[in-house]
Design a protein around this ligand. Structure first.
Ligand code: DC
Length: 226
């Protein structure tokens, strides 16, 4: 392995990956990389270009004109820049979740984003979260965690998060969205969502955030300092 330490955290939407990965990264001084945000940024580009989310041919043709970069602001928030414009808020819109899920099933999109993700792990200690980090992006990660929870609990958490952000939605809508994406993300043929070989599987149903955070941090520390 190189000189950097990588933690891969995969799992379905709303399992708490981002919140927990971000907290762990902050407490350990690692770079946190939210790869879902990168797929969402492609989703925004596709929507803005007026292309249907399942139109693989046109999405693939659009890719060379997309320039994506990211930076972390003073609060540690990963800001996403699409062709020079900050789209950090826009990528969280519920309609963009569907675009992101649909375009992420396309091999051309996954290949387009692979190098960017690997480069980050080659140049930083990272905690990277997504769907295929342990299986495809960083198969040699020192630690792989597969984080999951019951769909209703994931929907409830996501619903509260969206409500706080002032997004107008209902619990049922969020649950439907989660079920749609679970099915989409796990059944696609390219890089489907599944636990990587050697991944530690953690079900956070019924846990408080604090409990899951302590558990994951202790697993990471155990691996780092063993
Ligand atoms: O984690 P998220 O909900 O922000 O991700 C948005 C979509 O992107 C999700 O439906 C699946 C896809 N995704 C992916 O296919 N691979 C990743 N590594 C991260 C996200």
């Amino acid at each position: 392995m190189g000189k950097y330490f990588s933690v891969a955290i995969d799992g379905p939407s709303g399992a708490g990956k981002s919140t927990l990965a971000k907290l762990c990264a902050e407490s350990l001084g690692f770079l946190y990389v939210d790869t879902g945000a990168i797929y969402r940024t492609v989703g925004v580009a596709v929507r803005n270009a007026g292309i249907g989310s399942k139109d693989e041919e046109r999405v693939s043709a659009l890719l060379p004109s997309i320039e994506i970069s990211m930076r972390h602001d003073e609060n540690g928030l990963q800001r996403m820049i699409l062709n020079g414009k900050d789209v950090t808020d826009e990528i969280r819109l519920p309609e963009i979740s569907i675009y992101a899920s649909d375009v992420s099933a396309m091999p051309s999109v996954r290949t387009f984003l692979l190098e960017m993700q690997r480069h980050l792990a080659e140049t930083n200690n990272v905690i990277m979260d997504g769907r295929d980090i342990g299986t495809v992006v960083l198969p040699d990660a020192e630690l792989k965690i597969f984080l999951t929870a019951a769909p209703e609990e994931r929907a409830q958490r996501r619903y509260e998060e969206l409500k706080l952000r002032g997004v107008n939605t209902t619990f049922d809508e969020v649950l439907r969205d989660i079920q749609y994406r679970d099915m989409n993300d796990s059944s696609r043929s390219t890089a489907p969502l599944r636990p990587a070989e050697g991944a530690i599987i953690l079900d956070t149903t019924g846990n408080t955030l604090e409990q899951s955070f302590k558990l994951i941090r202790s697993i990471i520390e155990e691996k780092m300092f063993r």
